[in-house]
Design a protein around this ligand. Structure first.
Ligand code: ADP
Ligand code: MN
Length: 495
């Protein structure tokens, strides 16, 4: 015999028509859902952003969404475990800090309480009963003053509802919890700091281009470019580096007649997370062109300056005729330039391409030439020159990635140049170009500084001495030292 009484065995009978209509309803619902969320599957292969389906996603974004889904499931599991461990014990432990999605920046609507719910809310404080002037109510021994512990405690419990809605205060009222002022104040303080913590977390998430996809604000910038017709389609991501994410796009129509937008574009989005920024600030902080502006700027603006710097440097190179991407437009931390490559396939980096020995030699002389042009005509040192930042396209080498490039008079400009020379020398010497100069010869050939030291250590020391001389000169005269002399004389003062 079942202790719960006889089982109710009435089976729900239903007609075939009901089943069918249920099926029909399901189908209709599916159709509706498909209409609301079109091409859920096709999105994975589809373009990143086009004029029509603005909210489609790249693989990366899908990955991000999956990650979010995973995090949410993980948290749900955590909550189940929490519940299991706690049971109905009066003292409970919380796994709150182990959750992946912080309750405040959870964007899932599942757990959200409908705030317009008009049913009776047990957490709502009853209309405050004012304590009359005299400071007590009641008569005789039932007198209660405004200082009454119980009343006060209950009031404090009710006042917890003023905490941020996400702050879980529990069923204090239901338990007839009486909080002392001290406890209440401590809780209030905690709620406040939690709220701020969540705001910070949220801020971090919103403003980062981390996780390899772009943040909402950047996405909006990209949408706007597509909407304006400047870009036809953003097809997808070409590269995700530490400091930038690069997308491929098909060019659209230009607003002005004189400017032609290339058929294929590369969009470089500078990451707005600031972890990498620390490693780089020596490039820009000491760059005279940006010196005055640097001190007054917040980190976000400095990120924009990286983009701006790349634009200026590319323009200088373009004017000198050095093969490099052509600037299309700069919007905040997003730089649009011409795409080096074809049909969405970016030109290979020099490190990834196998050249015939003839091409290798050709590439070497071209680079030697470009380094000299860069130094003399553009007044720039690449500062990150290597086989990683040179593309092989249409039978020649193209220079990219010049956001960190500096003028030779940058306090570390010559050291950067020497590093560039070392990378280039080593690459071509290993690549079997017998004519390739060693790094010191290359340095002199590019800079005309004629440093005579025959070993690396002394050479480096002389470079640093030159840099220091220039620094001192700037300190004393507030002016740069000209290190450009075509005939190889030692530096002259440019007064
Ligand atoms: P990072 O600072 O991340 O190294 P880069 O400017 O070097 O940024 O770009 C990263 C990668 O994106 C490059 O190695 C190259 O493969 C690709 N890329 C960047 N700009 C272009 C471009 N204009 N055309 C084609 N590919 C590009
Ligand atoms: Mn690079």
């Amino acid at each position: 015999q079942c202790p719960w009484g006889a089982r109710n065995t009435t089976s729900i009978s239903c007609s075939l028509a009901d089943v069918m209509s249920e099926q029909l309803a399901k189908e209709l619902q599916l159709e509706e859902e498909n209409a609301a969320f079109p091409e859920v599957v096709a999105v994975a292969e589809g373009p990143f952003i086009t004029g029509e389906n603005i909210d489609t996603s790249s693989d990366l974004m899908l990955a991000q969404m999956l990650q979010m889904e995973f995090d949410r499931e993980y948290d749900a599991q955590l909550r189940r475990e929490e519940k299991k461990i706690n049971g109905d014990s009066k003292v409970s432990i919380s796994f709150e800090n182990y959750r992946k999605v912080h309750p405040y920046d959870s964007d899932s609507s599942e757990d959200e309480v409908d705030w317009q719910d008009t049913r009776h809310d047990p957490y709502r404080a009853d209309k405050p009963t004012t304590t009359p002037r005299r400071g007590f109510t009641g008569k005789g021994k039932d007198i209660t003053t405004k200082h009454d512990e119980v009343v006060c405690g209950r009031k404090n419990t009710a006042r917890m509802e003023n905490f941020a809605p996400e702050f879980q205060v529990g069923d204090g009222i239901g338990m007839d919890l009486k909080l002392s002022n001290q406890v209440f104040n401590a809780l209030k303080q905690h709620a406040y700091s939690e709220e701020r913590r969540s705001a910070r977390l949220h801020e971090k998430k919103e403003h980062s281009t981390a996780e390899k996809a772009v943040d909402p604000k950047t996405r909006l910038l990209l949408y706007k470019m597509v909407n304006a017709g400047m870009l036809e389609t953003i097809t997808g991501c070409i590269s995700t580096g530490k400091e930038s994410v690069v997308f491929h796009a098909y060019g659209g129509k230009s607003a002005t007649e004189d400017k032609v937008i290339p058929p294929e574009c590369a969009i470089k989005v500078f990451k707005t997370t600031l972890n990498e920024f620390k490693n780089r600030d020596k490039y820009i902080k000491d760059d005279y062109r940006f010196k005055d502006r640097f001190s007054k700027l917040n980190p976000r603006k400095i990120i924009r300056m990286w983009a701006e710097k790349e634009m200026h440097n590319l323009t200088r190179m373009q004017n000198a005729g050095i093969p490099c991407p052509q600037v299309v437009i700069l919007k905040k931390h997003v730089l649009v330039m011409s795409f080096i490559g074809q049909d969405q396939v970016p030109a290979p980096k020099l490190k990834d391409v196998t050249l015939s020995s003839e091409d290798m030699k050709k590439a070497y002389y071209q680079i030697l030439n470009m380094m000299q042009q860069l130094y003399k005509e553009c007044n720039l040192v690449h500062a990150d020159l290597s086989e990683y930042n040179m593309l092989w396209h249409n039978g020649k080498v193209w220079l990219i990635d010049v956001s960190q490039s500096v003028e030779p008079t940058h306090p570390h400009g010559l050291e950067f140049l020497f590093r560039d020379c070392r990378n280039v020398s080593q690459f071509f010497q290993k690549g079997g170009v017998a004519e390739a100069l060693n790094e010191r010869e290359l340095f002199n050939a590019v800079s005309d500084l004629n440093i005579t030291a025959d070993n690396e250590v002394d050479f480096q020391a002389e470079i640093e001495a030159l840099e220091k001389m220039n620094e001192d000169h700037v300190q004393n005269h507030g002016k740069k030292l000209s290190m450009f002399s075509s005939d190889g004389d030692p530096p002259i003062y440019d007064e």
